[in-house]
Design a protein around this ligand. Structure first.
Ligand code: GUN
Length: 286
């Protein structure tokens, strides 16, 4: 049977380090801080945002909440971001996605000051991932890299196959894997004969958002399987993209859902927020 990668345990260890970092900054300057914007009442987003505030509080990061109604105009949202961009009490700004359909998500991302963009979604920050010269990494791919590091799973020289080409997970995950000298394939809906591609993976990363996408026949014996999916089944239970019961016996390492990648995502957000604060403290330019 595989080693089950314990995202909660790794997350707790990393959060401990973050807490010490945050305390050090608070002692010299002020506590690191995060502004979270949520537009509308999407229940899943509300849960995520609540968890982000809770995690901030546990690590000594001040967090502010801005709740805007679902019919908020683009102009209003952008003017809130402009205000936060120049607020000296704010190190990080996060606008919870998805936004209501009438709002232009990319324009909102583009409006966040890059040195406060703790999601690392701004084109300046996504571009910097490519060159390897970055201040922040996007939270989910960074969390996956951290899990691999802590379990001493080498990436150099491995075949990494990623299912899903999203801007938030698939594409940045590919860049981080390339930077770590892996041989990388990114699959999407149009990939012909997906199982023949995924069977080549030493490290298989599923980031689709659909339960049961990865079946046992798609996984090579001994592969590392990373499940980024967070799917709610009709009976309310949470599951990933991987058919866990069937795939686990073939894997050498596997992340469960919940308790695998999920906890790491928020942890990396906290890490980015502390990094932003440290940068602002050094520059003294807020
Ligand atoms: N919605 C789902 N995941 C994320 C995330 O990491 N950041 C933001 N801002 N919104 C999200």
């Amino acid at each position: 049977m595989p080693v089950i990668i314990d995202g909660r345990a790794v997350s707790a260890a990393v959060r401990n380090e973050i807490k010490q970092d945050a305390a050090e900054i608070a002692a010299k300057w002020r506590a690191p801080s995060l502004a979270v914007i949520i537009v509308g009442e999407d229940p899943a987003s509300q849960v995520y945002v609540r968890n982000k505030h809770k995690a901030c509080a546990e690590c000594g990061i001040t967090s502010f909440q801005y709740e805007l109604p679902a019919d908020t105009a683009q102009k209003e949202l952008l003017s809130l971001i402009a205000k936060l961009n120049y607020d000296p009490d704010v190190d990080g700004i996060l606008c919870q996605l998805p936004l209501p359909a009438h709002l232009d998500e990319q324009a909102v991302i583009d409006a966040i000051r890059p040195d406060k963009d703790v999601d690392a979604f701004h084109p300046e920050n996504t571009g910097r991932i490519m060159t390897g010269d970055y201040a922040f990494l996007p939270c989910t791919p960074a969390g996956i890299m951290e899990l691999l590091r802590r379990y001493e799973i080498g990436v150099e020289g491995k075949r990494v196959v990623i299912i899903g080409r999203s801007n938030i997970v698939g594409k940045p995950m590919a860049l981080l894997s390339i930077n770590a000298r892996a041989t990388v394939t990114v699959c999407n809906k149009a990939t012909p004969d997906l199982p023949s591609v995924t069977r080549q993976a030493d490290i298989l990363i599923a980031a689709v958002g659909k339960p049961g996408v990865v079946t046992a026949d798609m996984v090579r014996e001994g592969a590392v399987v990373i499940d980024v999916g967070v799917n709610r089944l009709p009976d309310g239970t949470l599951c990933g993209d991987v058919d866990y019961a069937a795939v686990a016996p073939k894997a050498s390492y596997i992340t469960p859902v919940p308790g695998g990648v999920g906890p790491m995502t928020i942890t990396m957000l906290l890490k980015n927020t502390v990094a932003a604060a440290r940068n602002h403290m050094k520059k003294g330019d807020l």
